[in-house]
Design a protein around this ligand. Structure first.
Ligand code: GLU
Length: 315
């Protein structure tokens, strides 16, 4: 059985950009008969907003999106992540790192990842035999990094096509799998969860495209390469300045539109048009389910224009 997940982070509200990705994921799942699990990715302590999980679920339901299982909260699964980190440390596939964020950034050389995150050059790799050794050498609580192999890494994205990293160590760097406060990092938690939940299809924004080789390495390191899912990375919605939809482009949160009296049918009409469905009016979820066709989803980034905003308001 094919299984997918909707994985909102309760760090902010759903806006038109991520709502479109969730909607497409849901449409693909319901058209193909995949099971849908809702997973709340609430590990990023300081950035989590109170009640944003409830808000995300309310926004999803309002749009017409449902799920078969969950919500499952990552914050309730920390023992599993800790076990995986321990396994990787025991196998020497991961190592303690005492660099501060600033030190890691300073040590980084080009190239930089697209998201602006520095590629860590492996300063602490092979230096400390244990967490205790790293702690007593530095007086700091270490983070844990995965030792990236030097090998090239390839995969075929089901939407973007063939992807290749010639030297994963140089291009992607040794990335953090557990932070110094002990919290599991996104790259680790997502693999542990996807594997255990039997996720076979991942649909998400293309901003996560370069997380995929990292996550594939984690599957390999945990001896779960046979569970690597199919990936579909979808182009993002950007503002007229070409930057990812965000506050600077005005308030595009679903809750904002809902409170202004704009209907979910109207929002879906815009999201449908942004998803390759020929539609210039409001649309029901049933109609959208009939009409959506992944083959017609544009491969270019979608630009939200002032006309789009006006169209929503003139419903
Ligand atoms: N929680 C992540 C986000 O909201 C999605 C992670 C994923 O799909 O792998 O960006």
């Amino acid at each position: 059985m094919e299984v997918t997940r909707l994985a909102p982070s309760p760090t902010g509200a759903l806006h038109l950009g991520n709502a479109r990705t969730f909607l497409i994921n849901w449409l693909m799942a319901r058209q193909a008969g995949w099971k849908i699990i809702l997973r709340i990715e609430d590990l990023d302590g300081p950035r989590i907003k109170p009640h944003a999980d409830q808000q995300a679920m309310q926004d999803l339901r309002w749009l017409g999106i449902d799920w078969d299982e969950g919500p499952i909260y990552q914050s309730k699964r920390t023992d599993r992540y800790a076990a995986a980190v321990k396994e990787l440390l025991d196998q020497k596939l991961a190592y303690p790192c005492i660099c501060t964020r600033r030190e890691a950034a300073l040590a980084a050389s080009a190239p930089h990842a697209e998201d602006g995150a520095a590629v860590y050059p492996g300063t602490c790799r092979g230096k400390y035999n244990s967490i205790e050794a790293a702690r007593s050498a530095s007086g700091r609580e270490p983070a844990i990094r995965l030792a990236m192999p030097q090998a090239p890494l390839e995969f075929t994205d089901q939407f973007c096509g063939q992807q290749r990293w010639n030297n994963s160590q140089q291009q992607l760097g040794d990335f953090v799998i557990a932070k110094s406060d002990g919290t599991a990092a996104y790259q680790l938690a997502v693999v542990v969860d996807d594997a255990e939940m039997g996720i076979t299809q991942i649909v998400r924004g293309e901003d996560l495209l370069d997380s995929t080789p990292r996550q594939m390495i984690v599957y390999h390191a945990l001896n779960m390469a046979d569970r690597i899912p199919h990936y579909f990375h979808l182009p993002l919605v950007v503002g007229t300045d070409g930057r990812r939809l965000a506050k600077r482009h005005g308030d595009t949160r679903l809750s904002h539109y809902r409170e202004s009296g704009i209907s979910a049918r109207r929002i879906r009409g815009l999201l449908a048009r942004w998803s390759g469905v020929p539609c210039d009016s409001d649309i029901s979820i049933e109609q959208l389910l009939k009409q959506f066709d992944l083959a017609r989803l544009p491969h270019d980034r979608m630009i939200m224009s002032a006309d789009d905003e006006a169209w929503l308001n003139n419903g």
